[in-house]
Design a protein around this ligand. Structure first.
Ligand SMILES: [Mn+2]
Length: 440
């Protein structure tokens, strides 16, 4: 007998919160699609974050339906038990066990979805469903809606309206609960420790790919399920390519290496970037840029406290980056003009922060009732300023060209300010220089 990874009482509380926000409706969340038809190869399956957050159910092909206030209120559609298929694909709960383990009022075989769903939707006024996300399921739901319309006949009710779930579910997931925070801390801790291991492994002559392999091995060793996103291991001027994904160059003496990598632990993502010299010693130019970015990052962390509009983070970051670029002599003129004409975008062109959680770019809106969302306790996000100097930028002295620095930590808003969850990965120059290349 297997258990739910998440305490069913916790799942129930999450659904209650969902019900308060969606009276008179049915919320429909399908499992993440299974991409096994691709060359007959099975890929590691990960449940859809919303499905997992509200149901805890990890099997593919399943669907959760929640009808706040109605009976049955919480319904699961799951694969039937099948001895032969289970020999191939592993254990299945089946409807009866799924209902009792995961606390559903009713559970049906997913093959009965079309038929049962018409009856389940009959009394609701509206549906919450994420359209254009899972196309196969879209078609399935539309078929059900057609049957429903026919069943309703000329009652004047017709199709129920469909509302997008993104905001309403994101609004719940945005606030991390006491059960989530230890898992998030663990994901951050595993990620931090793997970064330290990579620092120790970095030296001239090693390939980016080997460092990436080190990361995967270190996070797996510590119980991670997978990497939380495709890691970036970028040495030299590769670091100025924001979404560098080749990870195949040899590390060279005199270059920096930028590593953006995070572990996923029980569905929670860590997201860390560190930048440091391949040969354990920053050059004068590298150190200047690095310490400038570190300074910006620390000032941004100090800004974090409840009540601050989220958009202030980006605005403050741009101000700090522009001042830094003026100090370095890479930009000229007035700070306000450079902010106005966006000249800084040549050196800094991405967002400084994103929500973090079960998804690396986690659910949750940034605008709320037409205004920037204000920070509140238990929100979790990254702070990741960077400066990237193009290799061919003849406006800057040659020893600065091709330097790319980003420093990223994961930050939880507390009642007082911020708790940095990724302090296990050093970022001070002296700490880095003492660690790099010191492994076997
Ligand atoms: Mn990030």
């Amino acid at each position: 007998m297997r258990n739910s990874l998440v305490d069913p009482k916790v799942l129930k509380k999450r659904r209650q919160k969902l019900g308060e926000a969606t009276p008179g409706s049915a919320i429909v969340i399908p499992a993440h699609p299974e991409f096994i038809r691709n060359n007959d190869v099975h890929h590691a399956y990960r449940q859809d974050s919303n499905m997992f957050y509200f149901s805890g159910f990890e099997e593919p092909e399943s669907v959760m339906v929640f009808r706040p206030g109605l009976d049955p209120e919480y319904i699961l559609f799951v694969r039937e038990k099948n001895v032969e298929r289970e020999t191939w694909d592993g254990f299945r709960f089946g409807p009866d066990m799924a209902a009792s383990v995961f606390g559903a009022d009713r559970a049906y075989p997913v093959n009965d979805f079309d038929r049962v769903m018409v009856d389940l939707l009959e009394p609701v006024e509206k549906i919450y469903y994420r359209l254009n996300w899972n196309h196969e399921f879209d078609s399935r739901l539309f078929r059900v809606l057609d049957s429903l319309k026919q069943k309703r006949g000329r009652s004047g009710r017709g199709y129920p309206p469909i509302f997008d779930t993104t905001e309403i579910l994101g609004d719940i997931r945005l606030f991390k609960t006491p059960e989530e925070i230890p898992l998030i801390k663990k994901a951050c801790e595993i990620s931090s420790e793997a970064h330290v291991a990579m620092m120790k492994a970095v030296r001239p002559g090693v390939n980016e790919r080997e460092i990436y392999g080190k990361f995967l091995s270190e996070i797996m060793k510590r119980g991670a399920d997978r990497e939380a996103y495709g890691a970036i291991v970028a040495s030299g001027a590769n670091a100025t390519v924001l979404h560098y994904r080749f990870n195949d160059q040899e590390l060279k003496k005199g270059e920096l290496i930028l590593i953006d990598a995070g572990a996923e632990y029980q569905y929670y993502a860590g997201d860390i970037t560190r930048t440091f010299p391949v040969n354990a010693k920053f050059s004068k130019a590298q150190k200047e840029v690095y310490e400038a970015v570190l300074n910006i990052q620390k000032k941004m962390i100090e800004l974090v406290k409840p009540g601050i509009p989220q958009k202030n983070m980006q605005e403050e970051c741009i101000k700090l980056v522009v001042q830094t670029l003026l100090d370095l002599g890479f930009l000229s003129g007035k700070a306000s003009e450079n902010i106005e004409n966006k000249s800084y975008q040549k050196y800094y062109m991405h967002g400084v922060s994103h929500w973090l959680g079960m998804d690396v770019h986690d659910a949750g809106v940034y605008q709320y009732k037409g205004e920037s969302r204000k920070l509140e306790p238990n929100m979790l996000f990254t702070i990741e300023p960077g400066i990237y100097i193009p290799l061919n930028d003849t406006k800057v002295p040659s020893d600065y060209r091709g330097i790319g620095v980003r420093i990223e930590d994961d930050v939880l808003v507390t009642n007082m300010g911020a708790e940095v969850l990724t302090t296990g990965a050093p970022k001070e120059v002296s700490d880095l220089e003492a660690l790099i290349g010191k492994g076997n």
